[in-house]
Design a protein around this ligand. Sequence first.
Ligand code: SRM
Ligand code: SF4
Length: 596
Amino acid sequence: MSKASVEELKLESLGLRGRIAEEFADTSLSHISDDSSNLLKHHGSYQQDNRDVRAERSKAKLDKDWSFMVRSKMPGGRVTARQWLIHDELCAKAMGSLRLTNRQGIQLHGVLKGGIKEVIHNVCHSGMSTMGACGDVVRNTMGPAAPIKDAVHTDTQKLAEEFSRRFLWRSSAYADIWLDGEKVDPNWAPAREPNPAVRAITKAPEGDDPIYGKVYLPRKFKIGIAVQPCNDVDVYSQDCGLVPHVVDGQIEGHTLIVGGGFGMSHGQLATRPNLGKPLLYVRREHVADAVEAVVTTQRDFGNRTDRKNARLKYTLEKMGFENFHAEVVRRLPGIEIFPPKELKFDTVEDNLGWHEQGDGKLYCAVYISMGRVTDREGGPQYRACFAEIARTLDLPYIVTPNANLIIAEVAPEQKDAVDAILAKHGVAHTDGMTRARKVAHACVALPTCGLSLSESERVLPGFMDKIDEILRELGLENEPILIRMTGCPNGCGRPYNADFSFVGRSPNKYALFVGGSIRGDRLAGLEYKTVLGEEIPGKVRVFLEAFKAERQPGEIFADWFNRTRIKGEEPTPEQFHVEFAERAAKLAGAKVEAAG
Ligand code: SRM
Ligand code: SF4
């Protein structure tokens, strides 16, 4: 399917309806068409096939082993015990596991064509939704995971929920297809209080949908809110990140950061990851309108002919930052705009273990290996554990941006019961784990992801076992070091701002990026174009040994790397496609030439 045709498809889809209902109803079809599959994304689902058996089935001249991934979204990762149990039951009929995502969502894999309607229906009846979890719209809004009961965190969660409602696409197609036209849960029905002047300017020219018009956005759009100093949502990787400015314990306003995004293609210089840049500051009462102005500017100026060049980061580049700023301001008549505030973050990590919420209750952030909630043979029984806590203690959960799970609202007298259930199922607290292991994440990749070039989720734990040994041997087990992996360069595991990342190129071959930061505020650069899986720990060791030898007292890996290797320099587009050694050689050559 050509890239332009996705635009045509949306335009002619009658509110993202297309032929989805007919194709799902047709039991003679083993799978749905490419057109329906592209539209289906907006409803929160991807058509996939089991790639582990693809070759074997093709040899045997069998059809692919088709199924669907269904993604539920909930702003800030909040899930009630009942919603969790509904997802748990649904996954029993699919692949038998839940995948917590690093945007605080939940994915079910392996849903059969005949079962998808029941899944979406049940998710909606639990008060959650899959609408807009994927597709060319605003995705799940991320927010700080920690359920701290102060004014700042409470208001931030409220804002994430407001964004979620405000940017839902509006069409009866979702209800008609999945809910037999039933009116959807008021929890996520339209509830907006727009500034009428702003609405007049940002209203789509001729569309059905007040924000998205008839062709929706040129590409996905991601929003996340971070409360300093914690950058768990990786605010610089969002299309639009927000950071509240707190005065006397209350939020006075927000700095908007724009243009983050991590997708790229190996070796294609026109594509690259980007960290967002602060655009402006607005008072709290204007922040939702300001974000809508950013979204609609992207709607109207984003590239609609090349999907590889359609994210906001490229729109900013094309328009120029100043022009983009001016256009956003033009869409906010009568709203006072200020320069961004100074921002400071210390980590993207989750604060694992037990903590106080600030209202007398407790929360416990539990490590889930790669976000995969399953019962592992000889390992933690994650699924059984969280189902039991939800069933017996009725406690809500929060999916963290590192794909871990927080058990929230725990009364002090329930703490022992929670600990007992965790222990009974072998779900460890993180005593004895290296600090690097606690935050390491790999994207899903094989066998379900249709785009993966190599393994990721299934192999990172094994690589981490070896890296852990090295860290312990060098006495670095408590150092903040961010390690991420992806099965292809699309960047789902947010690899390009990690200290180390391994990005799939082909089976067992990875590009090795080094030099991001645990604070999430610096991009890494390409160190080696290709390393074999088994070479990864050895390559990492070389850096760790140099760090140990050269670090200054208290210096973390990211700062050592910055001081000694990149010397505070801004990353260049080349950095993602040309190996460090090659760049360094070129640079040395240029210096020799200049001197000669
Ligand atoms: Fe992603 C596509 C999984 C977060 C960038 N992502 C995919 C698909 C749907 C593959 C596909 O298009 O066929 C993957 C489904 C695999 C599967 O079998 O489940 C997939 N992405 C994921 C998740 C589950 C990875 C995880 O380890 O948790 C995350 C789901 C988040 C959610 O709940 O919404 C996930 N994806 C991300 C992130 C990180 C983030 O959003 O914070 C990124 C980088 C940030 C960004 O968007 O720039 C990301 N995913 C992509 C891209 C590249 C986009 C681009 O601008 O080029 C694709 C491919 C595409 O859109 O064409 C993609
Ligand atoms: Fe799939 Fe690539 Fe995303 Fe990993 S990074 S989930 S392999 S699209």
